[in-house]
Design a protein around this ligand. Structure first.
Ligand code: MCN
Length: 849
């Protein structure tokens, strides 16, 4: 279906779509009237505790469980060998290619551990406290092995994370515009720019982040007879069921997975986890229901982490600032194992480095590397925040080289409104967008010109508190999605979504959705959509989800896909309900089906005032007393939707930050974002999503960062050391929207769940660097803590790429030991001895300074 730009953008319309409804699910969530996984109590249920490795890399030489077995309340203690038959291997659903090296990942390690926190034994006891106490008594002997922790060191293969693999490189994956026919050769563009243009070379580090959801992960497993019921605080109940069947050999039909209300995930709960599989293995072994709920420290240590990349970037441009080519070389840390989509996560960014811009040439290579740290997988944005950061930082650097305002350089390069649909140099076709409109609105709300004037005044007066303006004109690719494309990328599953609508006799409606909300408010948004589509009251719609016995088919929630894929399936099911109801309505109204029209929840006979409601037809189909011949007594319908394209939301984010040049302290003054997410279903939910995403992205820029010591111990192992922001750390954001509806969905919506996290990180870092440019600062490694900002100021240097290297070297020297939470500064050395092209820091001949 094609929807034109004329479609009304502001839906303060008569219908439900566009209404800022408060969320119907919140009543039970915030009053504690729901059942989280940890609240589930089953008769005779046992509680589990995990014994975890304190070492990053070690051989397990002996495990003595005698004392633990004798402890009060203990029913059993299980090592990896004890559950060898039932535990299976954890799955990697996205091998990048056939050559990918994927270490075997056992839920409970048998001979060797490859990261701190890996499970080596499981204790089952009558209470959680007894299980935890007994876990302390399990005596494990380890022979420590050399551990590889640093990404660049991993690339040298001098120390191996998994010696049996013979290398730390898991996979290399490349996208090249010349090879795929979507652009010219990047090396030729870089050579041209070196001769007569601008080349900018930078290395940025995406530090390791730790997803922090409110509800720690929890699993209950009930093995009753041949049936296995698993409750899990997961984003992916359907995928968990499939992988359980695939790895344990149990028939899928005998496995029921339920994700009850889930307290957040941010990607951290799309993993099928060792803890889930270990719980299931022990429960099956004992034939008793078992529960495991992690502590917050376990969550931080052993839930998968996010980001952790080093990005080596070469941007070629003409002298006037028109970008001609971009070369991206990534090192991506997988940690000790390849998570369920861990290998593919950096690849999700491959199509986004060119962002909203028109380049001639583009080349992307990622090398995924194994290290002896917690494994890395999707975290809000997954690949796309990293790409957006890189290009938006580079555009600022280019503006400096050209000597123009950073907004002007973006405008010179972006795809113009009238050019959509537009196929990018990376080969993606963006269906719609209007970067001019979003930027104009953001500029006005921000007071861009006034703030630039204030910045000038402060610079001229040598104010110790300088002002920086940060820009991020981003787009992203979400709504994961087209199964054919996912297949071509070697992803192990489809991207469709399914839905069902049950019309109850009373006229009420049950909507069954294959997505699995964990904080996004789907029950409310789906109710609004169905209320409008079927013309029934919002209150009459009940949305059911997260139980594989109720919603048989689904691909779950991640990648901001639920609205653009899941709700589209709901719309299609609703349309089928209407079509099924029409012959019944016609029969009851004694009219021809061709004369029936459906508006506002009523089937009417054209040209008359005769009509009946959807509810009346539902009752008639239920009693089945008077149906037309051959019509089944049900107007229920199912639908599955597989979109033809991804969803491409975009927006302009502007951020003003004051930097105290004497202390390195930063203070956000204002943050304006104008997002374009097509049609908005519920502005209140969208506002919440944007706020949450913004805070997560800002936290990457300013506060968060996982740190390991030299032995591979996670030193940011609690919220004392890992700086998770609270509402008190943020300011009031100004949010607004422009509307370029998606052209391939009935509703015209685009996803929003990750947008804030994708856009905000570069806006913040750009603002800090902008404030400090006159002091010679052109980069600060994230998180930009006051200490780092202060050191960067002390290392002030001229604004050239050469200068950046000098400053970084100075910074590295000045920072011999990092504080926990302060991140590790990236070195600009070549990251791999065998890559040959280590010249990352030198200014090109064509550079202007
Ligand atoms: N929405 C809307 N109009 C739009 C776009 C979205 O009204 N044009 C609404 C939707 O109806 C939905 C919500 O916004 O209620 C988010 O929709 P969508 O963008 O489709 O994202 P998903 O529902 O698929 O959620 C996934 C996304 C991701 S990938 C992460 S990570 C994330 C996020 O959502 N994790 C979250 N938001 C989160 N919010 C909470 N509270 N907790 C998490 O763990």
């Amino acid at each position: 279906m094609t929807i034109t730009e004329e479609r009304p953008s502001d839906q303060e319309a008569a219908g439900e779509i566009g209404k800022a409804r408060t969320r119907k699910e919140d009543q039970r969530l915030i009053t504690g009237r729901t059942r989280w996984t940890d609240n589930i109590q089953l008769p005779g249920m046992l509680h589990l505790a995990m014994v975890r490795s304190p070492f990053a890399h070690a051989t397990i030489t002996a495990i003595d469980t005698q004392e633990a077995r004798k402890a009060p309340g203990v029913i059993g203690v299980f090592t990896g060998r004890d559950v060898a038959d039932g535990q299976g291997l954890l799955a990697n659903a996205w091998p990048l290619n056939g050559e990918q090296k994927t270490p075997n990942h056992l839920p409970v390690a048998v001979d060797r551990v490859a990261c701190a926190g890996e499970i080596v034994a499981v204790v089952a006891a009558r209470s959680a406290a007894e299980a935890r106490d007994a876990a302390e008594l399990v005596d494990v002997d380890y022979d420590e092995l050399p551990a590889v922790l640093d990404l660049k060191e991993a690339a040298t293969d001098q120390v191996l994370a998994h010696p049996d693999l013979g290398t730390n490189t898991s996979a290399v994956w490349t996208l090249d515009s010349a090879a795929q026919g979507s652009g010219t050769d990047v090396e030729a563009e870089i050579t041209k720019a070196r001769e007569n243009g601008i080349v900018i070379e930078r290395e940025y580090r995406q530090q390791r982040l730790i997803p922090a959801f409110m509800e720690p992960r929890s699993t209950v497993c009930d093995p009753t007879g041949e049936q296995l019921t698993v409750w899990s605080s997961t984003q992916v109940p359907h995928i968990l069921r499939f992988l359980l069947a695939a790895t344990t050999g149990m028939p899928e039909s005998k496995i029921r997975v339920i994700a009850p209300d889930v307290g957040g995930g941010f990607g951290g709960k799309l993993q099928t986890t060792p803890e889930e599989f270990a719980t299931i293995a022990v429960a099956r072994r004992l034939g008793k229901p078992c529960k495991y709920t992690e502590t917050r420290s376990e969550s931080i240590l052993s839930g998968h982490h996010g980001r952790d990349q080093i990005q080596k970037l070469t941007l070629a441009a003409e002298k006037d600032g028109r970008v001609t080519g971009l070369k991206v070389e990534l090192l991506a840390d997988l940690g000790a194992y390849v998570g369920v989509v861990g290998g593919g996560t950096p690849v999700l960014g491959a199509w986004m480095f060119n962002s909203i811009y028109k380049f001639n040439a583009y080349h992307f290579t990622v090398r995924t590397l194994l290290t002896n740290k917690t494994w890395v997988d999707a975290y809000r944005g997954a690949g796309r925040p990293e790409a957006t950061f890189a290009i938006e930082r580079l555009m600022d650097e280019l503006a400096v080289e050209v000597g123009v305002d950073p907004l002007e350089i973006r405008e010179k390069n972006w795809i113009r409104h009238e050019e959509f649909p537009f196929t990018t140099v990376a080969g993606m076709t963006y269906d719609s967008g209007n970067y001019e409109a979003a930027t104009a609105k953001a500029k006005e709300l921000f007071g861009y010109d006034e703030l630039r004037a204030e910045q000038k005044r402060r610079r001229e007066s040598n104010d110790p508190v300088q002002l920086g303006l940060g820009i991020s004109t981003f787009t992203e690719m979400c709504g994961l999605a087209p199964s054919r494309i996912l297949g071509s990328l070697n992803y192990g599953a489809g991207g469709w979504e399914s839905a069902g609508i049950r019309m109850l006799a009373t006229g009420k409606v049950e909507v069954i959705t294959g997505v699995s909300p964990h904080g996004q408010g789907h029950e409310t948004a789906w109710s609004q959509i169905v209320a409008d589509r079927l013309g029934v009251p919002f209150e009459d719609v009940e949305v059911l989800h997260g139980d594989t016995q109720i919603s048989h088919r689904g691909m779950d929630t991640y990648g901001s896909r639920s609205l653009v894929v899941g709700a589209e399936a709901v719309v299609r099911a609703a349309d089928k309900v209407i079509e099924k109801a029409k012959p019944i309505a016609a029969h009851l109204l004694e009219a021809s089906v061709d004369d029936i029209e459906f508006t506002g929840g009523r089937f009417g006979v054209k040209g008359t005032d005769k009509g009946i409601s959807m509810g009346e037809v539902a009752m008639a189909s239920w009693t089945a007393h008077n149906l037309p011949d051959g019509v089944e007594p049900s107007i229920d319908a199912d639908a599955t939707f597989d979109p033809e394209n991804f969803s491409f939301p975009h927006g302009t984010h502007l951020c003003a930050i004051e930097v105290d040049t004497e202390t390195g302290g930063t203070k956000m003054r204002s943050y304006v974002c104008v997002d374009d997410i097509g049609t908005i279903i519920n502005p209140l939910i969208v506002e919440g999503q944007v706020h949450g995403g913004l805070v997560q992205g800002i936290a990457q820029a300013l506060w968060e960062g996982a740190e390991y010591d030299e032995q591979g111990t996670l030193v940011t192992g609690s919220f004392v050391d890992y700086t998770l922001p609270t509402a008190a750390d943020t300011i009031s954001f100004v949010t607004d929207h422009t509307t370029s509806p998606a052209t391939y969905t009935a509703l015209g919506t685009k996803g929003v769940g990750e947008a804030g996290a994708i856009a905000s990180t570069p806006a913040v870092v750009n603002a800090i660097v902008d404030a400090l440019r006159p002091l010679g600062v052109d980069d600060i490694v994230m998180p930009c803590t006051p200490e780092r900002v202060w050191k960067a100021i002390q290392a002030g240097h001229p604004v050239t790429t050469e200068g950046q290297r000098d400053a970084q070297a100075h910074f590295d020297e000045a920072t011999p030991n990092q504080d926990p939470g302060a991140g590790t500064p990236a070195s600009t050395d070549s990251w791999s001895a065998d890559r040959g092209s280590g010249d990352t820091g030198s200014a090109s001949e064509g550079s202007q300074s």
